[in-house]
Design a protein around this ligand. Sequence first.
Ligand SMILES: C[S@@+](CC[C@H](N)C(=O)[O-])C[C@H]1O[C@@H](n2cnc3c(N)ncnc32)[C@H](O)[C@@H]1O
Length: 181
Amino acid sequence: MLEALPQRVERFLDLGTGDGRLLALVRARHPKAEAIGLDSSAPMLDRAKERFDGDSLVGLRRHDLRDRLTNAGMADVVVSGLAIHHLDDERKRELFGEVHALLAPGGVFANLDLVRAASERLHERFRREIGRTEDDPTDRLAGLAEQMSWLKEVGFAEVDCHFKWLELALIVAVKAPAATA
Ligand SMILES: C[S@@+](CC[C@H](N)C(=O)[O-])C[C@H]1O[C@@H](n2cnc3c(N)ncnc32)[C@H](O)[C@@H]1O
């Protein structure tokens, strides 16, 4: 994911930041970037607060991604790790539009997430490989192709899957750069 981000990142959002693991990885690469981590879970945010204690460039906010992304401000990057698959498909589409709207021209949305398997056989294989015997009832997996088409529909200029292993996919969507006169 880090390789997919622009060389210069001044402000980024992490959707479903959890304990801030992904946010910390992005900041290690872009230490001067201001970061906002959003999560609906107070215990997870507490762990993230411990991780970033005293770091004035990191803001952590309680936010349920089922609600509109308001007051998040502009960003040149939005990342997310293993969070958006918990939203229903309609909300995923809306969220993609909200991410597009808040990104600066040329901004990048990088989402490492679970996508629906191409068959029940592959789903069972994925579960086996990750050591799970049952599905997570909170999962709302959507197919890779449909998520990529939603990202195009909301206006992203370049949408690609940079990595995929069974149900784990890194989808990267780039907003068009500002038009030059
Ligand atoms: C598997 S953890 C991943 C955490 C982190 N992104 C990472 O990569 O390590 C998923 C996170 O998504 C958050 N999450 C799930 N549904 C959410 C929602 N509707 N709104 C905000 N956060 C949500 C959970 O609270 C959890 O912290």
